[in-house]
Each structure stands twice: as C-alpha cells, then as structure tokens.
Write a protein that binds this ligand. Structure first.
Ligand SMILES: Cc1cc2nc3c(=O)[nH]c(=O)nc-3n(C[C@H](O)[C@H](O)[C@H](O)COP(=O)(O)O)c2cc1C
Length: 183
C-alpha cells in the first residue's frame, strides 16, 4: 500500500470478524512498530500481547467496569462504559499493549510513535486496529498487570486492539488545522 494512501484510508476499526490473527502476523506488526523513531534511539518500548477473542471477551466486563469507575461522573465516556451492550475491546481478536520500559522523559512519546507505525502496518496487511485509551488506567493497575503478566516496572501507554475488519468504518472528518507561520 502506498504510504499516503495508507494514511488517508486508515480508520479506527470497532467491528471484527471471528478470524483469529496468527502469531506470525502479530510478530510482523511488532517488528514494524519498532521501525518508529525514538529519542536518542533508546527504543524504550515493549509489547504485551493478549491473544484470542474469547480471552478479551472474558476481560471486557472487568476492564469496562474499571474504566467507568475511574471516569468523572459527568463524562460522556462514563455513560458509554456503563451501557451493558458496550464492549471496551469491541470483540477484537487480540490486544497489543505497548509499554514504556524506562523512566526517560520521552519514552511515552516513543511508544505513541510505535503505536502509529503498528496501526499503519496492520492496515497495510488488511487488518483493523483501534487505540483503546479507555482501558489504559485498568492496564496500569498493579493487580491487572499481575493478571496479564505485565512486569510491574513497565508502563502501559498504547493499548491497541487488532483483528480482521467486519465492516469498513466511515471516514472520520478532519478539521482544518490551526497553523501559525512565525515570521
Ligand atoms: C489516544 C487515543 C485514545 C483512544 N481511545 C479510544 C477508546 O478508548 N475507545 C475507542 O473506541 N476508540 C478510541 N480511540 C480511537 C479514536 O476515537 C479515533 O482514532 C478517532 O475517532 C478518529 O477516527 P479514525 O482513527 O478512524 O481516524 C482512541 C484514539 C487515540 C489516538
């Protein structure tokens, strides 16, 4: 896929088929993520893979309840998280959590870039992704880290769900950017 076309056509995907994503494909996506730039090339990222739609389905109520409990009472997202039909992982085939693994000041930024590379690589392979920021507080809870095998000293930054898209998402609008040309 041509790069600009990939940038234009990538969408957050929230509807997936039942097709699992193979281990080899996930490994290729992680390799693509590591092509992202990082501050002084420290590559301060690590990847936790939670494979399997059934596993994510089982984790969904817990992650969703945690998110709802940690959102402000007047938040629209909280209302959504409390909807019994809402699935925080949207029935995805796998979750890849990109974690910052050192305390360097820019390691979170590096993980965000790795996440974008992973999402674009997935799109190029016909897979769909969506960043699930709503699950991040849950993933950073020490008990949840223990449950998922995330080392205590890692910081989950970018939770990315993954799967084969069941439906093409509608294009999302973009606003005209605010730009100042300083002279
Ligand atoms: C930091 C971040 C957090 C996000 N969190 C969620 C989330 O918790 N749940 C969700 O369904 N989508 C989430 N998204 C996806 C955005 O809603 C989506 O990217 C945005 O609406 C633009 O649509 P597009 O990705 O199709 O261009 C998140 C995206 C980003 C970058």
């Amino acid at each position: 896929m041509e790069l600009m076309e990939g940038l234009r056509s990538r969408r957050a995907i929230r509807q997936f088929t039942a097709q699992p994503v193979g281990t080899g494909v996930i490994e290729e996506l992680i390799a693509a993520a590591t092509l992202a730039p990082s501050a002084i090339n420290l590559q301060p990222w690590a990847f936790v893979v939670v494979p399997g739609a059934a596993r994510l389905e089982a984790l969904d109520p817990e992650a969703k309840a945690y998110a709802a409990a940690h959102l402000p009472a007047d938040s629209r997202m909280r209302e959504r998280a409390l909807d019994p039909n809402f699935k925080i992982f949207h029935g995805a085939a796998a979750l890849i959590v990109i974690c910052a693994i050192n305390g360097e000041s820019q390691s979170f930024e590096d993980c965000c870039l790795a996440a974008e590379s992973l999402m674009l690589a997935a799109h190029a392979k016909g897979l769909g992704t969506c960043w699930i920021g709503l699950s991040r507080p849950w993933l950073n809870d020490p008990a949840v880290k223990g449950e998922l095998g995330i080392p205590a000293e890692w910081h989950p930054v970018a939770p990315i769900i993954l799967g084969y898209p069941a439906a093409l998402a509608a294009p999302t609008p973009r606003e005209t950017p605010k730009v100042v040309w300083s002279r």
